[in-house]
Ligand binder design. Structure first.
Ligand SMILES: [Zn+2]
Ligand SMILES: [Zn+2]
Length: 316
């Protein structure tokens, strides 16, 4: 064997010292002029990325790094974690088949979500070289677990044909905070609904220029959400339904329901400049806005007015 100086190892045999720490080398240290400890520091048996974020399906336990879902051998979380580590970290080492690996989960590192799902943990991986048990190495990796539904289960649960869509829209950037608040509330509401009935959930949220599209697993959830939003916000609502197919088994037509929600761009006490005059928003009813002018004139406008006209707000 040649060492890094270009000499054969045995030339250095008579008085050998570790090139790193200076320790005298014994018979058992034939590691290129280093003691075993230093050698292992310089040449770890294996090296792994220290972090991985992985998706795990709530229903079937399939896991994925990106789009490709892998079915687990069995649907038990710790066994899935083991399979994730083997697949995404150790695959190439396992192929070489020369290291024995041992995994352990650091229970002190477990972090759970509000729904009691394990979302983050540290996995400690120990490896021993099969032909020399003195050569070993240990690394800790952090796993982030994103619990969601795989494509398959999401279709199964929702019945894609019945998919409903809520389109939340605002008039301009000024209402983006409102939109964020609405989305937070909708998420909370949907989570609670899901806890009671696993058929009800938001399967996808898509950003649009002035709003969001929420894809819902059922038409029922759409109605719950509209009712919930009506109790808190003023908006224009337009519902549509589109025939998308026919369930031949049940002999029923299949519809896709859509609800367009346009949030009113004014709120109580806003001052608005209309037709050469300043008006204060005095009251907002279910479908009208009552305005009061500087000279006490009263003006009543439909919600749609505020979407069709350019509104100049004078709030400071
Ligand atoms: Zn050394
Ligand atoms: Zn699944």
């Amino acid at each position: 064997m040649w060492n890094s100086y270009g000499f054969k190892d045995d030339i250095l045999m008579p008085n050998r010292f570790c090139a790193i720490c200076g320790k005298t080398l014994g018979e058992d240290d034939p590691h290129f002029g280093m003691c075993l400890e230093c050698y292992l520091k310089e040449h770890p048996l294996f090296e792994l990325p220290d972090h991985l974020s992985v998706n795990i399906c709530l229903d079937c336990g399939s896991f994925s790094k990106k789009d490709i879902w892998i079915e687990p051998l069995d649907n038990e979380l710790f066994s899935i974690i083991e399979q994730v580590v083997q697949r995404f970290f150790l695959k190439s080492f396992l192929k070489q088949n020369n290291i024995d690996f041992d995994l352990s989960l650091n229970e002190d590192s477990f972090i759970y979500s509000s729904k009691d799902l394990l979302t983050s943990l540290e996995v400690v991986i120990q490896g021993v070289l099969r032909k020399d048990y003195n050569i070993k190495h240990q690394e800790a990796i952090k796993l982030t677990l994103n619990h969601m539904l795989c494509k398959n289960c999401s279709n199964l649960r929702g019945g894609t044909y019945f998919l409903s869509i809520i389109q939340l829209r605002v008039k301009d950037e000024e209402q983006f905070d409102l939109l964020k608040q609405v989305l937070d509330e909708i998420n909370d509401f949907a989570e609670k609904t899901f806890e009671n009935d696993h058929k009800q959930y938001i399967s996808k949220i898509e950003n649009q220029k002035y709003g969001l599209d929420l894809y819902l697993s059922t038409n029922e959830l759409m109605n719950y959400l509209i009712k919930f939003l009506k109790s808190k916000y003023n908006f224009l609502l337009k519902r549509t339904k589109k025939l998308v197919g026919r369930d031949t088994q049940k002999g029923k037509n299949l519809y896709r329901f859509k609800a367009l929600i346009k949030f009113l761009p004014v709120s109580n006490n806003d001052i608005i400049f209309i037709e050469g005059q300043n008006f204060g928003v005095e009251n907002i009813t279910k479908n009208k806005v009552i305005l009061r002018g500087e000279n006490n004139t009263k003006l009543i406008k439909d919600y749609s007015y505020f979407f069709n006209e350019k509104i100049i707000k004078k709030n400071l």
